[in-house]
Design a protein around this ligand. Structure first.
Ligand SMILES: [Zn+2]
Length: 1021
């Protein structure tokens, strides 16, 4: 047993024998790359684990087991042996440390597993302004839906949208009257034969799909209702369109949208696109309804989103998709409406799982043989129903106890894991704080904010009364704190030998919070003053990190690092390599974005192995090498919070809020995550913040609701023989309460045989999330420009493929064509181009900010990412002038497109990207408003002004608006940054660069971008 093989059988050990040998693959060394160092495979330079050390558990882990035979044909896999270690005396016994074995070679994997499997982009992207061949015969009709079925009554609420309406309501009928001027032969077949082409195979004799007529949005989208016992028809025959299939073209006609690329201004020969007509996601992220409506038993989209819920039936079909095929999983997503995931304790019967493929019982399994057997939906094996779990079936084949079995009716459930899912008692929540106390940290005020925030959160730390806590500080030496409960005040212990780190009094440096509460409080109260006169410039960060590891490895837990200086002493010291203009554009460029010293990655591997998750808080006003520091978070399931140029007076509240959330949000400890998929398919790469253990197990020492993971899927077999594909995510973890749990998320998706259906069922949010992670990973092995080009090429290929489906028939040469489901793809693609990790080159973003943004974007859930890419812009001055009774938030929340065209110099605007508010004061904004909001500082340099409430109604109103906007997203604190129109260069850096629709700094505007893509689509090949 190796120490790292800690996490549970559930995900880990449960499928021995089921996974095919992973294609051999190399190890990657890039921080973002999906394939982290295989845990345990490298620990050079690291002191061997002393035999007394700890560690983790979980029965048979998945770590380095030999590659099993092909899955689905092996005999049943018996449950893993239980190696539960009975607690020793004391609440948190130290566990004997199994020696970590490093003799077995790690599974290899491709160097950049996350890299999209397409060819390198063309060396050059032609400039956008080349004249296009205009089709003058096609007048400009914004977003008109081409060949439509005008006789599509009765459900057709065929309301044509006003072409000049610049707002683009999301749910929009995707069939409209033919637009004027569109030349098309209406055949009689067209006018009578609707969706016809039935894309989904039927299943189990149920009426497979039929169109639903209730909503214009889905009117042409196939829908069918799944139940655990088969598929039931819905609205069948209600719609006159339920005719026999007549061909693929028809079904495609209903879904696509197009945009004229012609003379944009009547009488003008300038090629162009009507800017107002371009689609914009002003309603934010709208989860695809079709998927959840057709499979109501699926887990909610906040947990799992597929890039397309139409799973291609063949490899050849998949190869024409071009966009990523995969999923985004946010296993602990918070419920906006208090919809809690039910917790189920099987107790005596044990957790019901398929004995062959280890799938958990779920709403899609079926019961037969009078209730004595159940069939696995994933591998079709017929399993016995344990006696304790038996229930009779009613006449329709449903279990009579169905309404008391959430696991059979809900796609998201949580099972209480019995002892075979652990080999040591569940760990207590443990927080260890490593705090830089060098002079720059002292002067920034960071230490005081951190100490006060931790103290204010002591009552809210999860896991009382088991919670453990400890602290260390460092400058050129390390300082430990004896917090033993019998002391009246903490004792400081200084270690100055950085070459041979040892931990004094290891038993008293990490203590039970409830027992040592008063000593901890005394420590936190005195911490800020302890170092107020410290003039030490150095940072022995590496040695401090090793010491923290030595203290924490017995139990695991969360390590919070507060770093204000470039590590300068001892192991892990970093050079001021900074940003070097000369390497941009060369093959060395990406190295700047990688950790400089292998120490960081090795430490990350050790941390993960011992169930330690690392969150990095970095504050420096100078280069701190976030690329190296962030690696610690990247491979341990953690996150990087970067506050460049931190000053407590300005950023204190943001740090307070975000640290408090980090400390108090529900955290899943010592977790592993696996996603299963049915026969013929396999997840091949993973993207996010984790360490990959074995080929498909994500090790997550600590994970919470703010983390999402993305993965790519591929077909293992040339053809899928099933009609439905099932997905099941299992997260095995220890809850703060000390219970071992398995969160199980299950979803079904149809197999489709037509590319059109893949497009129809596409989810732009999931696609953009995967695309962004792939592009950011590419910046770690390539130039920024190459990463952008790859992204662009992928979008071009996808739209080109779509175009070939019917452009010729419909004479759409002068139009750019895209599926309704992907109408925002172009805009999000442009926004991704301009995002901090990808944009420009040397001068556009500081290296640390670029790396920090990269680490952040790699973990964001879909909604949060989309908002960052395409921020909210709202106008507030008119609202402030209204009588005070009207504090109607929705009315002021009308989103404007982030573009200079949306701005009025007389206005006051808030730009909200999900992380901050930038408040823009128009040049001729009424002086009354400015005075009311800013008080005596109304004419001051706004970079130095902190927005605060003044004693007038207008100011109170603005603060109410801001607070209400903040309440809508508690995952981070939106700091207000103020900027005045024309105040350069600040306005450009802070505000204008976020107007993603505009051509800024040599980038394309939305129109130019669309033209450029269109031209590339038309190029051969
Ligand atoms: Zn099975």
């Amino acid at each position: 047993m190796t120490p790292f093989q800690s996490s549970g059988p559930v995900v880990g050990s449960d499928t021995p024998g089921l996974r095919p040998t992973a294609p051999s693959a190399p190890q990657s060394t890039t921080p973002f790359s999906s394939s982290g160092p295989v845990v345990g495979s490298e620990s050079p330079g690291f002191r061997p684990v002393p035999p007394v050390a700890p560690q983790t558990y979980i029965p048979e882990a998945s770590g380095f087991r030999p590659a099993p035979p092909a899955r689905f044909n092996d005999p049943s896999v018996p449950p893993p042996p239980t190696s539960y270690a009975p607690p020793n005396a004391g609440p948190f016994p130290r566990f004997p440390t199994p020696q970590f074995s490093s003799t077995q070679p790690p599974p290899s994997r491709a160097p950049f597993a996350g890299q999209p499997p397409f060819q390198p982009p063309p060396a050059q992207v032609p400039p956008p302004q080349l004249p296009l061949h205009l089709q003058q015969q096609i007048p400009l009709v914004p977003m008109g839906s081409p060949p439509q079925n005008v006789n599509y009554a009765p459900a057709s609420t065929n309301v044509a949208q006003s072409p000049s309406d610049s707002s683009f309501p999301a749910p929009r009928p995707n069939f409209q009257s033919s637009f004027p001027g569109y030349v098309r032969q209406q055949s009689s077949a067209d006018s009578q034969a609707p969706p016809i082409h039935s894309p989904f195979p039927t299943k189990q004799g149920g009426a497979p799909f039929q169109t639903t007529s209730s909503s214009p949005l889905v009117a042409h989208q196939v829908g069918y209702v799944a139940s655990p016992f088969g598929f039931q028809s819905r609205d069948h025959l209600q719609h006159p369109s339920s005719g026999p299939p007549v061909g693929a073209i028809q079904s495609l006609v209903e879904d696509f949208n197009s945009l004229s690329i012609g003379g944009s201004i009547p009488g003008s020969i300038e090629p162009g696109v009507d800017l107002k007509a371009l689609p914009r996601p002003l309603d934010g992220d709208v989860e695809p309804k079709l998927f959840s409506e057709t499979y109501p038993l699926n887990c909610g989209p906040r947990f799992l989103r597929l890039t397309t819920s139409g799973i291609p039936s063949s490899q050849s079909l998949a190869s024409r998709w071009h966009l990523p095929l995969g999923a985004v999983v946010c296993p602990l997503a918070e419920s906006p409406d208090g919809d809690e995931v039910p917790v189920i304790n099987f107790a005596s019967s044990g957790i019901i799982r398929c004995r062959r493929c280890r799938t958990y019982v779920n709403p899609y399994v079926t019961f037969t043989d009078s209730g004595r057997k159940w069939r696995c939906n994933m591998c079709s094996l017929l399993n016995d129903v344990p006696g304790d779990y038996f229930a009779h079936l009613d006449a329709t084949g449903k279990r009579v106890d169905l309404d008391q079995r959430p696991e059979l009716t809900r796609g998201s459930v949580e099972f209480v894991a019995p002892t075979e899912y652990m080999i040591r008692p569940p760990m207590p929540p443990l927080y260890f704080f490593l705090i830089d106390v060098s002079v720059s940290a002292v002067r920034s005020g960071m230490i005081e904010v951190v100490a006060k925030t931790i103290r204010s959160c002591l009552d809210k730390l999860p896991g009382y009364p088991r919670t453990q806590i400890g602290f260390a500080t460092y400058d050129s030496t390390l300082h430990f704190y004896n917090l033993k409960s019998s002391l009246t005040q903490p004792q400081m212990l200084v270690v100055s030998d950085l070459d041979d780190i040892f931990v004094p009094l290891p038993d008293d440096l990490l203590v039970n919070l409830s027992e040592s509460r008063s000593v901890v409080e005394t420590f936190l109260d005195s911490l800020p003053s302890m170092f107020q006169d410290n003039l030490n410039l150095e940072s022995a960060f590496g040695p401090a990190l090793k010491a923290a590891f030595m203290l924490m490895r017995q139990l695991g837990g969360k390590l919070l690092i507060f770093q204000n200086t470039l590590p300068s002493l001892g192991i892990g010291r970093l050079k001021l390599r900074g940003d070097d203009q000369r390497v941009y554009g060369t093959d060395k460029e990406h190295a700047l974005r990688l950790p400089e010293d292998p120490f960081y990655k090795q430490m990350a591997a050790e941390f993960t192995k011992f169930q330690i998750g690392v969150n990095v808080y970095a504050f420096s006003d100078k280069y701190t090498d976030i690329a190296s520091l962030g690696t610690l978070a990247k491979y341990t399931g953690g996150q990087v919070n970067f506050y460049p140029n931190f000053h407590s007076a300005i950023h204190g509240e943001k740090l307070r809020h975000e640290l408090a959330r980090d400390l108090t949000r529900e955290t899943a400890w010592e977790a592993v995550l696996r996603i299963r998929v049915g026969k013929g398919l396999r997840f091949t790469s993973y993207h996010g913040s984790f360490m990959l253990r074995s080929t498909d197990l994500l090790a997550l020492p600590a994970v919470d609701c703010d983390k999402a993971f993305a993965m790519q899927l591929s077909l293992e077999e040339a053809l899928l023989t099933t009609q439905t594909v099932y997905f099941q995510v299992a997260l095995l973890y220890t809850a703060s309460c000390g219970e071992r749990r398995i969160r199980v998320l299950t979803a079904a998706a149809p197999v489709v045989t037509d590319l059109v259906d893949m497009y129809r069922l596409a989810d732009t949010g999931a696609i953009v999330t995967l695309l962004s992670r792939l592009a950011i990973e590419k910046t770690l092995s390539s130039k920024l420009e190459d990463a952008r080009n790859s992204l662009q090429l992928r979008i071009v290929k996808a739209l080109k493929e779509y175009r070939t489906l019917y452009a010729v028939q419909h004479r759409l040469a002068g139009r750019i064509i895209y599926p309704e489901s992907l109408k925002f793809l172009l805009l999000y693609g442009l926004a991704l181009f301009k995002s901090t990790p990808l944009r420009g080159g040397y001068a556009d973003v500081t290296l640390d900010e670029r790396c920090a943004a990269g680490f952040t974007m790699m973990i964001l859930p879909v909604k949060k990412l989309l908002k960052l890419l395409y921020p909210n812009l709202i106008r507030v001055d008119e609202h402030l002038l209204k009588p005070s009774a009207h504090d109607d938030l929705p009315s002021i929340e009308k989103r404007l497109s982030p573009s200079a065209a949306s701005l009025d110099s007389r206005g006051l605007y808030i730009l909200d990207d999900g992380f901050r508010f930038i408040i823009w004061f128009g040049r001729v904004l009424s002086p009354d408003i400015a005075m009311n909001l800013l008080g005596p500082e109304f004419a001051a340099d706004l970079s130095k002004v902190i927005l605060s409430e003044h004693d007038n109604e207008m100011s109170r109103k603005l603060m109410r608006v801001i607070n209400r906007l903040r309440e809508k997203d508690s995952s981070c604190y939106h700091l207000c940054q103020l900027v005045r129109q024309g105040e350069q260069p600040r306005e450009g850096v802070l505000f204008l660069s976020n107007l993603v629709e505009d051509p800024i700094g040599g980038t394309n505007g939305y129109v130019e971008w669309v033209l450029q893509i269109h031209r590339q689509i038309q190029q051969n090949p």
